[in-house]
Design a protein around this ligand. Structure first.
Ligand code: ATP
Length: 352
């Protein structure tokens, strides 16, 4: 049974539809990211799960029980927001155990839990510090410990790392992921950072500017088999080539016949399609070597960042970007003629 089910969820604020027709099942014990561009409704969706907003339509089920109208404080969920919302006049221990005090847990037990949680988030010995005397990363850890103090059924995080600098942010991503794996707590993280979502989650829920869920899957599924052009473009870098489906298993792009391993259902010969190909799947050969699944052009730019080499091939009406390791670097220079070969199994055909 899924831990959390969102069924036909819609949320309107007056005329604004913040979340449209969401149907997802989240399995127990996983790390899930709600990912999408600004305004796509991911925070609203998290707030609906938390009980901080009521859906306009639809149901929310937790372990099979309908919690759509259960107030937030009775859901037993731990939450961390971007603002952290720590109490500045209280010590670290008082912040962490605040919710336990509200629940009338006695002082000794509260201190014991605070010690345990500070160990968990790697801040031992900071119990009596005031929150104002902590660094950004330490405050982050206190907020996480505070959310975990009630042993929540779900752990909900809304862009908690976005205020941190890049290095600390990466460290905290890893720490948070390891903590979640240790506790096996079902976690939802809202982020607009696709790298963060792809590196941290078991499952990614990709939302689009139309405030709908476009795809839900493992990071690898979403990367390799994007469901539509929005996902292909939003996640990583994709070559998006416009063509026409010519017959089963083939697409024509700018007079080049492109064999593809799969044409999804619902696409017929004559339909306009977009073919998505990841740069690292493309092979670049020196010179003009026309043929099926090949595009000839001129190298317009080479970006060598040490760990990878990107080659930009100007093919007239469109551009193809390829990426290779320094070892597999094609023998071409800027201004040279070259050919890009797109393997059939790397071509993902999407409806246009
Ligand atoms: P961001 O990454 O910028 O935080 P988001 O994907 O989390 O964006 P939401 O904050 O969920 O998006 O907002 C979705 C849409 O709903 C936006 O158009 C937003 O302006 C609108 N919205 C959100 N909350 C309210 C509210 N309380 N009243 C009116 N409109 C709202």
């Amino acid at each position: 049974m899924p831990a959390l089910t969102l069924e036909n969820i819609e949320k309107r604020f007056g005329k604004v539809v913040a979340v449209r027709d969401v149907n997802i099942h989240l399995p127990d014990g996983r790390f899930v990211c709600f990912l999408g561009p600004s305004g796509c409704g991911k925070t609203t969706l998290l707030r609906l799960v938390a009980g901080l907003e009521n859906p306009t339509r639809g149901r929310i089920l937790l372990d099979g029980a309908d919690i759509t109208h259960t107030p937030a404080h009775r859901r037993n969920f731990g939450m961390v927001f971007q603002s952290l919302a720590l109490f500045p006049h209280l010590s670290v221990a008082e912040n962490i155990t605040y919710s336990l005090k509200v629940r009338k847990v006695d002082r000794r037990e509260r201190l014991r839990r605070a010690g345990e949680l500070l160990e968990l988030v790697q801040l031992p010995g900071l119990m009596d510090r005031h929150v104002g005397q902590l660094s950004g990363g330490q405050r982050q850890r206190v907020a996480i410990a505070r959310a975990l103090a009630i042993e929540p059924r779900l752990f909900l995080l809304d862009e908690p790392l976005s205020a941190l600098d890049a290095k600390l942010r990466e460290d905290m991503q890893l720490e948070l992921r390891m903590l979640q794996q240790r506790l096996q707590i079902t976690t939802i993280l809202v982020t607009h950072d696709q790298r963060e979502a792809m590196t941290m989650s078991d499952l990614v829920v990709v939302m689009g500017p139309d405030n709908r869920v476009h795809q839900m899957g493992t990071p690898l599924e979403i990367y390799r088999r994007p469901a539509d052009t929005f996902v292909a473009d939003f996640i990583g870098t994709s070559n998006l080539l416009e063509g026409v489906c010519s017959e089963a298993g083939e697409v024509t792009v700018a007079a080049t016949r492109l064999a593809v391993t799969e044409v999804p259902g619902g696409i017929s010969p004559g339909d306009a399609v977009t073919v998505s190909v990841r740069p690292e799947s493309i092979h670049v050969l020196p010179g003009r070597e026309p043929g099926p699944n090949r595009f000839c052009g001129r190298v317009s730019f080479i970006r060598d960042v040490g760990s990878s080499v990107e080659i930009f091939l100007d093919c007239g009406d469109f551009q193809i970007i390829s990426m290779s390791t320094p070892k597999g670097r094609p023998q071409v220079a800027q201004g040279d003629e070259a050919t890009a070969e797109l393997p059939a199994d790397a071509c993902v055909v999407l409806k246009r």
